[in-house]
Design a protein around this ligand. Structure first.
Ligand code: HEC
Ligand code: HEC
Ligand code: HEC
Ligand code: HEC
Ligand code: HEC
Length: 182
């Protein structure tokens, strides 16, 4: 079957199941809040960002839907995946799609491993940055070109506090210690 057509059909299915997704998301959205130890970043499912956000140009916020209104960008619930993968079995790695379906059928949350994390004493509000017009890529890089994400280099954020401060200086945003530190 024509891939583009299937994709369009899946989009209709998504729209149709939105109310259901809303109800569902209460119970299965929460991503792990613990940072991953550098050695344990193997994900439960090999999720390819390049296919979704690259080839099919899905908007980042279709899945990370709380980025513009909350502190966390959020990891999508299984129901978001099933809006499409009820119909799309996958051509190259159908076994990975089967895992998605198994989580869905058993009502379990996919135990994604969190890989980007600042220290607990730091407050990073996504919504303030997104609403100021920053692109995800400015901080996370060209995610839409990456297959399976790996844990960022320990230098991601380039020493972090300096990274935050230098952009805040550049854009004349506050450097008050207490906005970033609890
Ligand atoms: C808007 C539709 C849509 C949504 C939502 C979606 N996918 Fe996909 N996904 C696709 C399409 C299209 C492909 C490419 C399938 C192909 O080439 O056969 C794909 C491919 C994949 C693949 C690779 C399988 C392969 O054979 O290439 C995995 C794994 C996957 N998706 C997991 C997920 C997960 C996990 C979620 C939820 C976080 C998700 N998808 C949400 C449309 C979607
Ligand atoms: C189809 C849904 C989907 C789309 C579209 C999508 N993502 Fe993701 N994203 C996920 C899932 C599922 C994970 C968790 C698995 C992983 O880390 O690979 C994730 C993980 C991430 C992470 C790592 C989170 C952590 O643990 O620190 C970042 C950063 C990210 N996505 C950014 C983006 C950006 C930027 C875009 C747009 C270019 C995008 N995503 C588009 C589903 C999606
Ligand atoms: C100004 C830099 C910046 C921008 C812009 C940004 N992020 Fe982040 N992102 C971060 C930092 C820093 C963390 C770690 C935050 C923490 O530990 O509290 C993070 C963490 C994440 C995570 C991990 C889990 C979560 O729920 O927060 C995801 C997913 C993510 N970002 C996706 C996105 C997406 C999608 C966009 C665009 C809509 C985006 N980010 C824009 C800096 C940024
Ligand atoms: C690429 C530029 C950039 C980077 C990197 C960046 N910020 Fe920001 N930050 C901004 C902008 C722009 C605003 C928007 C202020 C506004 O709403 O007008 C902002 C706002 C904030 C606010 C809200 C400030 C207030 O007045 O309440 C906090 C807190 C914050 N950033 C923390 C961080 C932290 C922590 C990091 C590093 C982990 C970081 N930022 C990295 C550009 C950046
Ligand atoms: C724009 C956000 C931001 C502002 C403003 C800020 N910090 Fe930080 N600070 C951070 C981040 C991010 C880290 C690194 C956290 C990590 O390692 O994950 C950090 C780390 C620290 C540390 C721990 C040492 C270290 O290197 O990890 C101290 C102490 C600290 N900051 C003090 C301050 C003081 C004092 C001020 C005011 C003069 C200040 N910070 C202003 C974001 C900020």
């Amino acid at each position: 079957m024509n891939k583009k057509w299937m994709f369009a059909a899946a989009g209709v299915a998504v729209a149709g199941s939105l109310a259901f997704v809303q109800a569902q998301s209460q119970q299965d959205t929460a991503p792990s809040t613990e940072p991953a130890p550098a050695s344990a970043t193997a994900q439960p499912i090999q999720f390819p960002h390049d296919i979704h956000a690259g080839t099919y140009q899905m908007d980042c916020q279709y899945c990370h839907f709380s980025a513009e209104r909350s502190v966390d960008a959020g990891i999508p619930p299984v129901s978001t995946c099933m809006g499409c993968h009820t119909m799309i079995p996958g051509e190259n790695q159908p076994e990975e799609i089967n895992k998605v379906r198994e989580y869905w059928n058993s009502g379990e949350t996919i135990p994604w491993v969190r890989i980007h994390k600042v220290a607990d004493h730091v407050h990073f509000p996504h919504m303030r940055h997104i609403n100021a017009g920053l692109q995800c890529q400015e901080c996370h890089g060209e995610i839409q070109e990456i297959g399976v994400l790996e844990a960022p280099e320990p230098t991601w954020g380039k020493g972090k506090m300096g990274w935050c401060i230098s952009c805040h200086v550049e854009r004349d945003v506050t450097r008050d210690c207490t906005v970033c530190h609890y």
